[in-house]
Design a protein around this ligand. Structure first.
Ligand code: CA
Length: 219
């Protein structure tokens, strides 16, 4: 799952970027509203963390622009303490959730997990596909309760597919959602990751839909 992190406080942004990366997300960053607006318009994000107080263009304007242009990615806004009117304005502009500064990184991670669940129609933080489970809180993948060891790219591919069971996901869609923008992308490597995943999962868990992509199905 790929996120956009928009925050102009360099220390906080670096800290969140690191925590989100460790949690298994591909993360793009912006430190001002203008870059954020452009990235949200042109890249595919599963969720966006948007500080409201930003240079160049404020977060509320960025959010309004996205929603007016039908960008549907879930948005969690970061607001200043004691600013209830900012929260109201943010939610009315199309934010899906908010956090008031200062906050604990764990709470941000939990709220992002919840946004991703809601956006993909999942009810539980533990995603299931037959005997295969992926715990989005810990990043643990298991098959019949036995841990399956995955590389970070294999995990990203599987997490994306497990958020969308039975949907056909194209290679280009996977490429867009497992790499951050600055990563040297190559959609052929998706095949490599899927090939490695298949060796670790029951046969037919990841099906190839000819000409269209992949589909995760309980065997
Ligand atoms: Ca700020």
């Amino acid at each position: 799952m790929r996120l956009l992190l928009v925050e102009d406080d360099n220390t906080l942004r670096a800290q969140l970027h690191r925590a989100l990366g460790l949690a298994g997300y591909a993360v793009d960053q912006a430190d001002n509203g203008r870059d954020a607006l452009f990235l949200g318009d042109t890249e595919a994000y599963d969720a966006v963390i948007l500080d409201l107080g930003l240079p160049a263009l404020d977060g509320l304007s960025v959010l309004k622009h996205w929603r007016e242009h039908n960008r549907r990615h879930p948005v969690l806004i970061l607001t200043a303490r004691d600013s209830w009117s900012e929260k109201v304005a943010g939610i009315d502009a199309g934010a899906d959730d908010y956090l008031t500064k200062p906050f604990h990184t764990e709470e941000l991670l939990a709220r992002i997990r919840a946004l991703l669940r809601r956006a993909t129609g999942q009810a539980s933080p533990v995603l299931r596909c037959g005997a295969l489970t992926l715990d989005t809180r810990t990043g643990r993948v298991a098959l019949n309760d036995q841990a399956v060891s995955l590389t970070s790219h294999e995990y990203k591919v599987l997490a994306y597919l497990m958020h969308r069971p039975d949907a056909v996901v194209s290679r280009s869609e996977l490429t867009e959602h497992i790499y951050a923008q600055d990563f040297d992308r190559d959609s052929n490597t998706i095949e490599v990751f899927v090939g490695r995943l298949r060796k670790k999962l029951p046969p037919q868990t990841i099906q190839t839909v000819r000409g269209l992509g992949y589909r995760l199905t309980a065997p």
